[in-house]
Design a protein around this ligand. Structure first.
Ligand code: C2E
Ligand code: MG
Ligand code: MG
Ligand code: MG
Length: 283
């Protein structure tokens, strides 16, 4: 009878295992292998200043370069990695190579631009580990903390807002900034929102999609921009795909735009070409 022995020493009999559990285990093992062979890389997407068209910052978005299957997006592997307790290691790898690349651009004389990095709620729930990881990566790469901006989803911050405020203050003391991702899809308490040490609200793509055709979406987007302004925060519109969407956001006073209309997330060498150009011409 075939059997497997896990690192913990437990014995599983293959016949007793259902295929789903086997699949999950195989995927987890594959993820471990991918970590060891450093198959996780960041892609980059520019955030464009709505008034000038200049690239104002960039976001690093994780990709798994699977040797056989090609590029795999975070929507697929992040949930499995979180379940398997591997998200920390993957994040370390992505954060390290993102910061190393951005530091290289700085050394080559490109204009210093903030770099946004996504942080999973699992990591945000372990603030000591997160701070340790941040300081390690900054040490390893020489990237200035002031240029790092962590993106946290609304739900991961509002889960335990008091602890989130403490963690964000600790990060800020360190020099690291934070912004709220996918804003509008979670449940924000406005009294906490006003106390959060953050610099940006990113309006979720769900509200941008139909913004030119759906009055309610348009009203929500406008309200978020005004709320952010009242709190002294900048706004970013995610998922700008058309000129009409861009023009609506500009008219309403949104600060930054991000989306396929300007550029898809691209590998580092293509991002560097965009940095050399510096920006986009606006309609
Ligand atoms: P997000 O941070 O909200 O990232 C925006 C997502 O929208 C990205 O998907 C991006 O490729 C996509 N996008 C950007 N512009 C457009 C557009 O104009 N149209 C459309 N249809 N999509 C657009 P992606 O790269 O698949 O990432 C999905 C999510 O995975 C991210 O959402 C983020 O929450 C998470 N993620 C990405 N990288 C990391 C990472 O390194 N660590 C962790 N923990 N999560 C990550
Ligand atoms: Mg993000
Ligand atoms: Mg987002
Ligand atoms: Mg999103």
């Amino acid at each position: 009878r075939a059997h497997l022995t896990s690192p913990g020493g437990y014995r599983f009999y293959v016949e007793e295992m259902n295929t789903r559990a086997l699949r999950v285990l195989a995927y987890e093992n594959r993820l471990r292998k991918a970590i060891n062979s450093e198959e996780f890389v960041p892609f980059f997407q520019p955030l464009v200043d709505v008034k000038t068209g200049q690239i104002a910052s960039m976001e690093a978005l994780a990709r798994w370069k699977h040797p056989r299957l090609g590029l795999i997006g975070p929507g697929e592997f992040v949930p499995v990695a979180e379940e398997a307790g591997l998200i920390g290691e993957i994040c370390h790898q992505i954060l390290h190579s993102t910061c190393a690349t951005a530091k290289k651009w700085l050394d080559e004389g490109h204009k210093p631009l903030p770099l946004a990095v996504n942080i999973s709620w699992r990591q945000f729930a372990q603030p000591e580990r997160l701070l340790l990881l941040m300081s390690r990566v900054l040490d390893e790469t020489g990237m200035p903390a002031e240029l790092i901006e962590l993106e946290l989803t609304e739900s991961s911050v509002m889960e335990e807002p008091d602890s989130a405020i403490r963690t964000l203050n600790d990060l800020r003391e360190f020099g690291v900034q934070a912004s709220i991702d996918d804003f509008g899809t979670g449940y924000s308490s406005l009294s906490y929102l006003k106390r959060l040490p953050i610099s940006k609200l990113k309006i979720d793509r769900a509200f941008i999609n139909e913004v030119n055709h759906n009055e309610r979406d348009a009203a929500i987007v406008e309200a978020i921009i005004q709320l952010a302004r009242a709190l002294g925060l900048k706004t970013v519109a995610e998922g700008i795909e058309t000129q009409e969407q861009f023009e609506f956001l500009r008219e309403k006073g949104c600060d930054l735009a991000q989306g396929f209309y300007f550029s898809k997330p691209v590998p580092a060498h293509e991002m560097e070409k965009m940095l050399i150009k510096g920006g986009f011409s606006l309609p």
